[in-house]
Design a protein around this ligand. Sequence first.
Ligand code: PLP
Length: 440
Amino acid sequence: MTLTEILPTLRSSLPAHLEPAVWPRTAGWGAGGELRVGGAGLAALAEKHGTPLFVVDESDVRERCRAYVAAFGADAVDYTAKALLSIDIARWVADEGLGLYAGSAGEVRVAALAGLDMRRVVLYGSAKSPEDLETAYAAGVGTIVVESLGEITRLAATAPTGQRVLLRVLAGPEPAGGQDRRFGVRVAGGEAAAAVARIAAQPGLRLAGFDCSLGHQLSRFSLYEREIGRLCEFAAAMRRAHGVEPEQLNLGGGHAVAYRPAELGLALDAFAARMRGVLHLEADRHGMAAPRLTVSPGRAVVARAGVTVYRVLAVTRTQGGDRLVAVDGGMSDCPATALCGSRHSAVLLGRDAHAAAGPAAVVGRHNDADDVVVPDADLPGDVRPGDLLAVAGTGAYHHARATNFHLVARPALLAAADGGARVLIRRETLDDMLVRDAGR
Ligand SMILES: Cc1ncc(COP(=O)(O)O)c(C=O)c1O
């Protein structure tokens, strides 16, 4: 029997368990319900900086980067910037040996402002604008991912001589059930082979290898294994037909993370070892040298480092008796919950609880049925307006996708480390938003 079973009242005053796979590595409870990340108390940060507030654990991001480099090797990992980016975050990942997958002129500008070695920056994107390309050329981006046939002529005409390119290849069957909206050149029907021939005929472009993107939140190795087999088969055919030999094969990102204690993340070391093994086998089978295997994760680098702190504004019950806890943010700062159905973990912080935990839906302030922050939280029965809640796993695709829906200003992004915190991106103000309104 546990102590909380003998003394049930003890259970209500104990802080919630922080599952290590879900919360930032440095997360831990202090006295009086203080939740610390990077040694900094989140309630104190909320008082100082306001809510909603994004806090990212710098050491967690750096540790994940190191784990990737340890698993795949130096020069083998690029961080996909769209998951979460600021100038300092670009510096952290570069410090730890990662390159950067940038998908827009803005992300390339951040990489340049961060002082990154631009040879380690890759411009990708199915629909690159003239501004994206011109910014990338001016910054000296090392690699550009070609994602359609038409793009080859455009790059040949505008890119600096000798521009290194990767070709995004769609080697597998179309995803079952849905419309196939993926960009890339398809092996089926000969489009990918035509793209290789077209690049090889352009003296100004240098085809360095192939790239793919298989989806998101993937934890099964078999999807990646099959793709390596298909890409090696395609590479061998291209060697025979055009004498081109890839030096790099990028397997993309999509590595799963756990948002809830029972969920499975991708087992990184086992994954890297398995992918290397499969690549060598497949390359051998086709009598070619194994290309350098690279990956470009986004979510798996930053998701677990991030926490969002909200202030509770209202608590009510539905006619059916379900508890609704409304907070001062919502789909303007966590669109992933509405868009992708991600389910996060939430805890009360800043004071001890005095009632046992029970089910509650944490909802946002946007008066919309889809405005859900955590649909099925487990929160103390005495949660009331004025309380603070922390939601885990919000490092990826939350701050990055925040909007001004309802003319609500976007939250600040702080980095917590070594017992303190600093602003990476300041909170937006009403004036920041209104300055764009020409009717003022
Ligand atoms: C188009 C695209 N989206 C996303 C990612 C990264 O996805 P995730 O954040 O799920 O790792 C990549 C990585 O290569 C990509 O190419």
